[in-house]
Design a protein around this ligand. Structure first.
Ligand SMILES: Nc1ncnc2c1ncn2[C@@H]1O[C@H](COP(=O)(O)OP(=O)(O)O)[C@@H](O)[C@H]1O
Ligand SMILES: [Mg+2]
Length: 334
């Protein structure tokens, strides 16, 4: 048994159209670890995962899962892998139970064990009551949980999940997080992708922040946030439409130029976000500055907070995940 269950070295994927979706990615995931790939849509997360899952050939580089090479030992990899992709791949005209059993038979789980395992998974995912209903009648959250049950039926050593909570309502998302935590605590090595920083923060031992096909930084969520070294101050601005907002945002930038402990100014739909070292001390002087020089900035709210993984993303890429995620449609269709 290798100490790293997933090993990726200098992986590159150039699609036939010329898109360099993965541009030299290297990382390791240790046994029992839960690594999160956090990045905006189009960053190359799904492409990386499809290569690891043996569904797509890399252009160059190497990847091993559970010690097996994804190119030359694909069936060994598949046997040890549970996979749930961005769009649940369920048979909508089969019941929940039948879906799990179907996947179990594909993985050659012996009949008696499959029955036990299916009962157990239906229970674990809270689907026992709807086990005899067609999957096509399930809600989004139920489909996700059924898909996860299918991915777990053969007790995979490694679980790979692509955007596991995409499109779920907040309540179902939290329920699924609990489930994923439980699976991780059972010792399953996990790799998941997400563009939700709260999800990465909450679930992952380690997060790799990915942008434009490259890992820009990785570490534990706590270390990454501590590395920001500044607090987040959000200023809510009262503006008369987008032009006035843009003007006020520029004025804030101008008024704070040279302000000692200020690290960055980021425009936001509600005003601006500032990264300021030791914000508590800096605020009185900050307010005096914003008051000055005849420029009118209407501050109607101020909040001081700890940095988030989004602030980490901003630090390393100069952009935000949230805005990016909203701008780009999710790429489906394979
Ligand atoms: N089948 C494909 N053919 C060509 N380009 C693709 C294909 N799938 C994804 N891409 C492109 O590769 C880049 C990375 O996409 P993807 O891996 O889906 O990112 P993510 O999962 O982080 O949103 C994007 O620019 C996307 O448009
Ligand atoms: Mg994706």
């Amino acid at each position: 048994m290798p100490s790293s269950v997933i090993e990726v070295e200098n992986l590159v994927k150039v699609y036939s159209g010329g898109t360099r979706a993965v541009d030299g990615i290297s990382f390791h995931v240790g046994a029992g670890e839960l690594l999160g790939f956090l990045g905006p849509n189009g960053a190359g997360k799904t492409t990386t995962i499809r290569i690891l899952a043996t569904l797509l050939a890399a252009t160059s580089g190497a990847a091993r899962v559970a010690g097996f090479d994804v190119t030359t030992q694909a069936s060994d990899v598949r046997r040890r892998l549970g996979l749930a992709m961005q769009t649940p791949t369920l048979d909508t005209f089969a019941t929940g139970r039948e879906n799990i059993e179907l996947i179990g038979r594909m993985h050659r789980v012996p009949r008696a064990e499959l029955k036990r395992r299916t009962d157990e998974l239906l229970e674990l995912m809270g689907l026992t009551a709807v086990a005899r209903k067609l999957a096509g009648t399930y809600s989004g959250g139920m489909r996700r949980r059924l898909d996860l049950a299918c991915a777990l039926v053969h007790r995979p050593q490694v679980l790979i999940l692509d955007e596991p909570t995409e499109g779920l309502d907040p309540q179902s998302r939290i329920a699924l997080w609990d489930e994923l935590e439980r699976i991780s605590q059972d010792g399953t090595t996990m790799l998941l992708t997400t563009h939700y920083m709260e999800e990465a923060d909450r679930l992952c031992n380690r997060v790799a922040i990915i942008d434009n096909g490259r890992i820009v930084v990785d570490g534990s969520p706590a270390d990454l946030k501590a590395g920001i070294g500044a607090d987040t101050v959000t200023l809510q601005l009262d503006a008369n439409g987008p032009e006035d907002l843009a003007r006020q945002q520029e004025d804030v930038r101008g008024l704070l130029r040279g302000f000692g402990s200020l690290e960055s100014v980021t425009p936001e739909p509600f005003g601006v976000r500032l990264a300021i070292r030791d914000a508590g001390r800096a605020i009185p002087e900050l307010m005096r500055r914003l008051d000055g020089n005849g420029r009118v900035v209407h501050v109607i709210g101020l909040a001081v907070g700890q940095p988030s993984l989004d602030d980490v993303f901003v630090k390393y890429t100069g952009r935000r995940i949230r805005a990016e995620a909203a701008d780009h449609p999710i790429i489906l269709g394979w």
